[in-house]
Write a protein that binds this ligand. Structure first.
Ligand code: SF4
Ligand code: SF4
Length: 401
């Protein structure tokens, strides 16, 4: 994942965990990727990929601040270094800068766009605000409709925070009403700064160690409550399984079904180990993960070393392995470990009932959700094995209710 503008963004969302990361970069104000970094990155990244297809993920901050010209150059360089590989691009944006020119470009070049949209106006505007604290939902909805008009593939990322978690059906029905077919719900969890973060000059807590109890600060006011997160997913699932299976793809449910079916996990935090989602900052600095962009997790700079060596470094391998090796006993004894895998290490700052460190803060919500969906997941897997289309679960569900 590359961040061509670093943490720079035209908005000022209250819950953004990345804006503070400018403290770890040389340029605090106008961070923009140079052509030298871009070309080195594209060459190295393509070379480091073993398969026949290569996906570039552009993120931020707000990558649209770079303008279309930057991405036209990226496509040229991808072509130059592709050596017959199939290249794909995904682009994560707040949508507010997208106009006809952007949408035509994104559609023509088959970019998969992740659009941050939290739900109805009041829900979205609660935290996703501009630099003056003003609302942004109007501009984001315009971007959604414009992308739909141009045929851009859109996946909505909806944050589940302390406000939106209280309105699951309003959020889901709103997205459905606006023609969104691909949705990913992202729980928002951050803690207030502890002494170590204060020393580094950042307002949010550092990641937990998982093997010892450390900065035990409170979660921020915008973080979702564990139980509320589970209830949010359950409410949406109830609506989805009666009406929308096979038509709307809620990735949280699709990945769960994959786990029940024994498929390879579709996302890092549901995998036994992680560590393959490195990020590159605008200046070429490489870090272990978007959620671990801290000095201790810096692996080097693309201009100074080979990317593949950083990916295969013992530091990065250990980082990815710790997701599994640091699991508390409580997780090893859990019926849903196969689907949950302990979640993201960034959120593993709670203690298990037995007092062990390293339990996911959201565990209670995960358990509620997995317990609730267990019978439906088993039935859908049974359908798959018998060659029955999974959407038929909607008929079975409506007969039962
Ligand atoms: S730390 Fe979390 S977000 Fe990063 S790769 Fe691991 S599971 Fe994914
Ligand atoms: S649901 Fe809780 S106990 Fe079970 S694997 Fe996930 S985090 Fe661990």
């Amino acid at each position: 994942m590359a961040k061509p503008t670093g943490p720079a963004c035209n908005l000022h969302c209250t819950y953004c965990f990345y804006v503070e990361k400018k403290a770890f970069l040389p340029e605090k104000r106008h961070s923009r990727m140079s052509d030298e970094v871009l070309e080195t990155y594209i060459r190295e990244y393509i070379q480091s990929q073993p398969g026949s297809s290569v996906t570039f993920e552009w993120q931020g901050g707000e990558p649209a601040l770079m303008g279309v010209v930057f991405f036209q150059r990226a496509l040229e360089l991808q072509k130059k270094y592709s050596r017959g590989r199939i290249i794909a691009n995904s682009f994560q944006t707040n949508g507010t800068l997208l106009d006809d020119h952007w949408c035509e470009f994104l559609a023509r070049n088959n970019f998969l766009v992740g659009l941050s949209l939290d739900g109805p106006e009041a829900v979205h505007n609660a935290y996703r605000v501009d630099k003056d604290g003003g609302p942004t939902s109007g501009k984001v909805l315009n971007a959604l409709h414009l992308m739909q008009k141009y045929g851009v593939q859109v996946n909505v990322l909806a944050a589940v925070n302390s406000e939106s978690s209280k309105q699951p059906l309003e959020v889901y029905r709103f997205l459905r009403k606006h023609g969104v077919q691909f949705i990913q719900f992202v729980p928002i969890v951050e803690r207030d700064a502890g002494p170590e973060s204060v020393k580094l000059g950042i307002p949010l807590a550092l990641p937990p160690s998982m093997t010892r109890l450390d900065e035990s600060t409170a979660v921020t006011s915008w973080s979702v409550e564990p139980s509320q997160y589970g209830e949010f997913l359950i409410s949406v699932f109830e609506e989805w399984i009666k009406n929308d299976v096979g038509n709307i793809f809620v990735m949280n449910f699709e990945w769960s079904l994959g786990a029940w079916a024994g498929a390879v996990p579709g996302v890092c935090y549901l995998s036994p180990r992680c560590g393959r989602n490195l990020i590159m900052e605008y200046n070429g600095d490489i870090f272990s993960c978007d959620h671990f962009m801290y000095p201790a997790y810096r692996l080097g700079n693309i201009l100074d070393g080979e990317l593949s060596k950083m990916v295969e470094s013992s530091k990065q391998i250990d980082f990815g392995a710790s997701k599994e090796t640091a699991l508390p006993r409580y997780c090893h004894n859990c019926d849903f470990l196969f689907a949950c895998r302990g979640g993201c290490p960034k959120h593993r700052f709670a203690r298990s009932p037995g007092g062990d460190p390293g339990l996911n803060y959201l565990c209670e919500g995960f358990k509620k959700f997995y317990h609730y969906v267990n019978p439906s997941m088993k039935r859908m897997v049974n359908f798959i094995h018998r060659g029955i289309p999974v959407y038929k679960i909607m008929e079975a569900t409506s007969i039962m209710t």
